[in-house]
Design a protein around this ligand. Sequence first.
Ligand SMILES: [Zn+2]
Length: 358
Amino acid sequence: MTVLDELSQVSILEVAQDLGLEVNRNRMVCPFHEENTPSLVLYPHTNSFYCFGCAKTGNSITLFSEIRQLSIKDTIQTMAQTYLSGYSPQQYQKSAKPLPAKNTLQTVDVKKLQEKEKPVEEIHSQIYEAFRDCCLQQPSNELSKSGLEYIKSRGFTDKTIQDFRLFMVKDYANVSWYLKQRFSTLDLQESGLFNDKNNLIFYAHPLIIPYYRNGRIVYLQGRVLGPPPEGHGRYQFLYKHPLTLFNADALDKIKLDQDVYITEGAFDCMRLVQAGKTAVSLGTANVFKKDWAKLFKRANVIFYLDNDKAGHKAADELEKIFSHFGLTCSRKQLPDEYKDVNDYYTDKLGSNEQLNLF
Ligand SMILES: [Zn+2]
């Protein structure tokens, strides 16, 4: 391993900190172009950065060299003295030869240690957020316009769309390439965003519903815009990745005995929130993890599931689980002619709300 290889493994967060840059959740105000809101993102997992404002990109070494305005040779010297134990300038001057095995081993050990400490969820959130950031940065096109029209036709207001931070995959090939540049194949597949064939899973489902927890994206769900193409469902869930609650952060803010609706689909949940209610969604009728139940201990839970066999069966089972934990719950039934909460609300309120949306 050359000095250069070793330096490119120095934590970009550490480098940014040492350079006096102010980093918040891996984001900072870009020092390479004029801006007020931070659009430069640091990727600790690959020790690289990318600015969504000016497209400046690089690694720990280029960041150091640009900020300190050093030649690449001086950058390497300075960084090696700072970050590599046992480094001596003579070794570098004789050059490009690998460092003695002892040093290499030390560096590798430290890196392995750091990787062990980094929880896998953190890497997945970084991948999901890089995916979102790249999609948001892609210019609007016909697809994204029809996406927005579609969401609005389902009765959602601009505020709801913004509050839930929905976004569109506007250029599938671009975001797929972007993620492959920044993350390992293994991490991308483990995050569930890429399948075993190493393809980004949201090909037919470009409307993305992000699941946030404590301000971080913890799950992603895609949706088709019209009827699903053959062999696909309306929704695409992450590949071999456990589902989580949608809008779970709302549960942190509830008052004792406040009504909280549990719906099946994310759209149903969004629709209830738009109507001023507190709601979370399961994503699907057939998953509920027992440890989610404790999140509802202050709430008066109302199941508001789909009006079909699966929905009724799920409500029966959820009532059993909640009763078992001594939690208060009841059930709200949709009128027969409506399949789910969103359909019900769209029919009832749709006409007057859609007027100002188009
Ligand atoms: Zn920039």
